[in-house]
Design a protein around this ligand. Structure first.
Ligand code: MTE
Length: 315
């Protein structure tokens, strides 16, 4: 238990352990996540910044059961095709303009509207979760993310009852994103889920990573995370959230439906055409470990799929 208030980025990495409990922190992290990269933060005494109400707690419900991956590996080995199709886009991604940032709620919602990130963050309670993240390319990492439950985003968007699906769209900044010139891809990057999945307690919206504002290469200033699904479902730098009664066809699915389905839940027994999913490489090491059903989160999410056994749930 922490006894003094800290800002998000003050969280020592040593605090990132499964045993950690509640960390009382100001909500400043989230607000700063909307203002730009950590480098833009004043170098002086962070405590001198105006206090922001609220606290960010370490949520220990979702146990990492793995060593936390080195921050350097998490932030320099990335998939973000808008910046390029290899893993070394972290430098190029620094061009992303993250301030100001807003998100549009559209489609089957009570009132379509645009909300500024700062405004949005004033209306949610930030927390920190150490989550496993599994790419379909069979590498994985474990990292501490700051953010809020996706159910809160759904609440703020106020979807109509006939909405069945949520579509998340990534920003397009052609001047800053060379990958957008690769016209064989169908930009923008969109991903989707059911409203029920978005309301599941494990679905998360991240605005911070390792106690700092979420860096652009990892999807700053705001991204989604579905820890029980393959990583491509977790769209980055979200600017539009649309509610619909039509199942969306997402970015990778449009390109190759046989390789990337709508559900894409992690299942070690169902191989991707090009990669076995039985094991995974832990980022930053050569160690391979067995992959777990729903990436080890079965107890939280399996119930979502009991009535959907005729669907292609795992690829
Ligand atoms: N979101 C956008 N907009 N563009 C992308 O190329 N790649 C996806 C996903 N979200 C991607 C994206 C894939 S394939 C993975 S594995 C994760 O982001 C990687 O997230 P990370 O770089 O934070 O590990």
């Amino acid at each position: 238990m922490l006894i003094r208030n800290r800002r998000g980025w003050e969280l020592p990495e040593s605090a990132v352990t499964p045993e950690s409990v509640v960390l009382g922190r100001r909500r400043g992290l989230g607000l700063l996540a909307g203002l730009g990269a950590a480098a833009a933060l004043p170098a002086g005494p962070a405590q001198a910044q105006p206090a922001v109400a609220g606290t960010a707690m370490r949520n220990t419900r979702f146990r990492p059961e793995r060593e936390v991956t080195a921050e350097r590996d998490v932030t320099t080995y990335n998939n973000y095709y808008e910046f390029g199709s290899d893993k070394s886009i972290s430098r190029a991604a620094q061009k992303l303009q993250m301030n100001p940032w807003s998100i549009r709620f559209e489609g089957m919602v009570e009132q379509p509207r645009e909300i500024g990130l700062e405004d949005l963050l004033k209306q949610v309670q930030l927390e920190e979760r150490v989550l496993r993240h599994r790419c379909v390319e069979a590498w994985s990492m474990t990292a501490p993310w700051t953010g809020f439950p996706m159910s809160e985003l759904v609440r703020l968007a106020a979807p109509k009852s006939e909405a069945k699906y949520v579509v998340f769209e990534t920003v397009q900044q052609p001047a800053n994103m060379p990958g957008l010139r690769q016209i064989w891809y169908s930009w923008p990057y969109i991903e989707g889920c059911t409203v029920a999945e978005a309301r599941n307690e494990l679905a998360f919206v991240a605005t911070g990573l390792f106690g700092k504002p979420l860096p652009p290469q990892n999807g700053g200033p705001i991204r989604i995370l579905f820890p029980w699904k393959y990583g491509f479902k977790s769209g980055k730098s979200v600017v539009r959230v649309t509610f619909t009664d039509q199942r969306p066809v997402s970015f990778w699915q449009k390109l190759q439906d046989t390789e990337y389905g709508f559900w894409a839940n992690v299942n070690p027994a169902v191989a991707h055409p090009r990669w076995s999913q039985a094991t995974e490489r832990l980022l930053g090491s050569n160690e391979r470990v067995p992959t777990r059903m729903y990436n080890g989160y079965e107890e939280f999410v399996a119930g979502l799929y009991t009535d959907l056994q005729n669907e292609r749930l795992y690829m």
